[in-house]
Design a protein around this ligand. Structure first.
Ligand code: UTP
Length: 293
């Protein structure tokens, strides 16, 4: 069974400068909750309670967010504000957190390899928290964990993108099996639209089998001179060991300013439709399922 979820979070987040000069991109809030917290909630909802962060310099706030701040919490105990902490407290209670540092930014594949000591020899999930995923029913990771129970191989989440945007993503070619599930034959990282094998793009949710680490160890830098997880998955796909899954739900690219603003607007409007003020977004776990009804 899958118990662990890795969050590569060492990137510089240059698209959000100067906000990310001294603050991790993953701590940027969508309404009143940081991106990383949405990701950890999604992992917990899928039954993954061992959370690993791959961090870098200047990411201290991220680790502190999943720890108790005794002085501050003592001060607001008993006040109406205390309820706003119930969601993060529930996560701290139900999950364990560990972290390791990626000392050189050599790409997402390298970040995942850096996380190997936190994972060991078992299948695991990877979440890029700047891809915010929302839906009515089960979260994307929950959907993927169900699929993993059936197929027991690596799985990437995909969505259709406009053809002129394939250069921003890893793109798959595959045989459709059923209900949005594809057996992947080939993956290409950031192809020009004319070279793209399809418009099915990989987004920031993965389930990986642990043999990926051995493959990553020998994967050469690819697109942008970085070690790409897509290239390592391409090796697994040669043995028919990768599925792509067109998940149910909506994804916001919060690594870009435009996607971030769209997500903020979307969550805010849902909150208003729910008929409450922002301050009523108390328990994130409750609120997410409630506001998305
Ligand atoms: P991005 O491509 O969004 O890069 O990485 P970034 O550095 O965070 O943002 P920009 O482009 O400078 O604005 C996708 C994910 O992979 C992680 C990032 O933290 C992000 O979650 N990542 C990327 C690493 O952890 N290490 C790397 O070397 C590269």
């Amino acid at each position: 069974m899958i118990r662990k979820c890795l969050f590569p979070a060492a990137g510089y987040g240059t698209r959000f400068l100067p906000a990310t000069k001294s603050m991790p991109k993953e701590m940027l809030p969508i309404v009143n909750k940081p991106l990383i917290q949405y990701g950890v909630e999604e992992a917990l909802a899928a039954g993954l309670t061992q959370i690993g962060f791959v961090t870098g310099r200047g990411k201290r706030a991220l680790e502190d967010h999943f720890d108790t701040n005794y002085e501050f919490e003592h001060q607001i105990t008993g006040s109406s504000q205390e309820a706003l902490l119930s969601g993060i407290r529930a996560l701290i209670e139900q999950c364990s957190f560990s972290d390791t540092r990626q000392t050189e930014m050599k790409g997402l594949g390298h970040a995942i390899l850096t996380g190997e000591p936190l994972i060991g020899n078992e299948p695991f999930a990877v979440v890029l928290s700047d891809d915010l995923c929302m839906n009515n029913g089960s979260g994307v990771l929950s959907q993927m964990v169900q699929l993993f129970k059936q197929f027991r191989c690596s799985i990437v989440a995909i969505q259709e993108v406009p053809e002129d945007e394939t250069h921003k993503y890893g793109v798959i070619r595959g045989e459709s099996l059923s209900n949005g599930v594809y057996r992947v034959d080939e993956m290409v990282e950031k192809p020009d639209p004319k070279d793209a094998p399809s418009n099915l793009a990989i987004i920031g949710r993965y389930i990986l089998t642990p043999d990926i680490f051995d493959i990553l160890r020998v994967t050469k830098p690819g697109a942008n001179g970085e070690i790409q997880i897509t290239d390592a998955l391409n090796e697994q796909s040669k043995a028919g060991q990768v599925l792509a899954y067109r998940f149910k739900g909506r994804r916001f690219d919060c690594g870009s300013i435009e996607g971030f603003v769209t997500a903020t607007d979307y969550v805010y409007r849902l909150t208003m439709r729910w008929g409450k003020t922002i301050l009523k977004l108390r328990s994130p776990i409750m609120s997410r399922s409630q506001i998305l009804q």
